[in-house]
Write a protein that binds this ligand. Structure first.
Ligand SMILES: Cc1cc2nc3c(=O)[nH]c(=O)nc-3n(C[C@H](O)[C@H](O)[C@H](O)COP(=O)(O)OP(=O)(O)OC[C@H]3O[C@@H](n4cnc5c(N)ncnc54)[C@H](O)[C@@H]3O)c2cc1C
Length: 397
């Protein structure tokens, strides 16, 4: 068994697979191995649409073997620790793998357990989440069974999250569904944050949606417990003076976005910053202390939106910088913080937010992208999933 690789990739999700494919397209003689325990690969951006009943979960799942690029070795195992001082890592099966260059695409961890009662409650009594493949279809079950007078809560934690817009997108689909079917419900956005969106241009348009669907906004609300049988949610609410109180809210349906963190197997390593994330130079994506280690995707501590769209712009930077590193040169390619958030605001309507570091707008199209657009919805529904499976994971964009 080969235990040393020129380039070792930790995690074969969106980031890891895209990087492996682009590296091998750049030079097919590179020795690339990917450590990934799962035999399935997911296209998570469509889980919002699954929850809205307009996409099938099975179409978001492919075999991992289908996306491992030709020429890369797949090590099907769990990493349990990183030893960057020895240029090696250890897996659950007890093997030690060494590398010349390491790419960390370890993703993000859903901390379901940190909301009391949530794990037990999910999938029954109207407790659901699009952040889990098993429950996004249940969101649609809940939506279809809405009735007059129902109370529907949507949560967003105050931790960093994968796709910051996703906690709201499903809420707007609920709002639109109720309008179309003339169902009168109480919709409430209970968020640990303090604004609807960090960029005014998009926030102003989202507020129009909030008003159109009659959504109540409750900021600084962090969900701490769910009692499915009693249909009761408990929040820690922080007031303007930083004083916290506990507040309970009854619900008929609650869509929960769990608190999130860097995965435990990574956050305890020497590669992590003080909060557990990959400690990167925000432009080169090279590790700040271990120069032969690069980070990609949701695991990064860089201040960009944690999205697949960000990975699409990060990967060519990391690939260029690794090729430079292998040639003994300094990394010169720079990531500008680009991320995009396709904000579904109703059936057939989408605001395409695109921005980089310091919330600098980076819109692609020659029209005002903050306005709800059918064309942009079709892009999300049809074009982006096709591009993902046929171009992105093949390293062609
Ligand atoms: C509901 C929802 C909606 C979204 N909407 C959008 C959107 O509209 N647009 C957009 O661009 N993005 C969206 N995203 C975000 C996007 O899906 C993520 O940013 C992206 O998938 C992150 O990729 P990653 O490679 O960093 O992490 P992942 O794809 O999670 O990869 C991490 C990999 O590490 C593996 N792993 C786990 N444990 C170990 C271990 N011990 N050892 C080795 N490997 C391990 C995992 O199996 C996984 O394959 C959405 C996400 C969700 C959940």
């Amino acid at each position: 068994m080969k235990t040393h690789h020129q380039i070792l990739i930790a995690g074969g999700g969106n980031a890891g697979i895209t990087a492996a494919a682009q590296l091998l397209r750049a030079n097919k003689y590179l020795d690339v191995a990917i450590i990934e325990p799962s035999d399935k690969h997911f296209y998570m951006p469509a889980w919002t649409l699954v929850g809205g009943g307009v996409y099938r979960m099975k179409d978001t799942i492919h075999e991992e073997a289908e996306v491992i690029p030709k020429g890369a070795q797949w090590i099907k195992d769990y990493i349990v620790s990183f030893e960057p001082d020895q240029n090696q890592l250890t897996t659950k099966s007890g093997n030690v793998y060494s590398y010349e260059v390491l790419i960390v695409g370890a993703g993000i961890q859903m901390n379901w357990h940190s909301v009391k009662g949530l794990k037990e409650a999910l999938g029954t009594n109207g407790v659901t989440s699009n952040y889990h493949k098993d429950y996004a279809p249940y969101t649609w079950e809940c939506l279809k069974n809405l009735k007059d007078g129902d109370v529907v809560l949507f949560t967003a934690p105050s931790t960093p999250v994968r796709c910051g817009g996703a906690p709201q997108k499903i809420m707007y689909l609920f709002g639109d569904y109720c309008r179309r079917h003339n169902i009168k419900v109480h919709i409430e956005f209970t968020s640990g944050g303090s604004v609807i969106f960090g960029i005014k241009k998009y926030a102003d348009e989202l507020m129009k949606m909030v008003n159109k669907y009659g959504i109540q906004l409750s900021f600084k609300h962090d969900l701490i417990a769910v009692d499915g049988a009693a249909k009761m949610a408990t929040y820690k609410v922080t007031d303007a003076n930083g004083i916290t109180t506990e507040v309970q809210k009854k619900f008929d349906i609650i869509h929960v976005v769990p608190p999130q963190s860097a995965p435990d197997y990574f956050s305890t390593s020497a590669l992590a910053d003080s909060k557990g994330w990959f400690d990167a130079d925000k432009y080169t994506l090279q590790h700040l202390r271990y120069k032969n280690v690069f980070g990609l995707g949701d695991i990064l501590n860089t201040p960009n939106a944690k999205t697949g769209a960000a990975i699409r712009k990060q990967t060519p930077v990391v690939v260029k910088n690794i090729l430079s590193f292998l040639n003994g040169e300094l990394p010169a390619a720079k990531y500008n913080g680009y991320g995009s958030c396709p904000l579904v605001v109703g059936y057939g309507k989408l605001i395409l937010a695109e921005f980089g570091y310091d919330n600098k707008l980076m819109e692609t199209f020659p029209f005002d992208q903050s306005k709800p657009s059918r064309l942009m919805y079709l892009l999300k529904r049809y074009v982006l999933p096709w591009l993902y499976w046929h171009k992105i994971v093949k390293g062609q964009m």
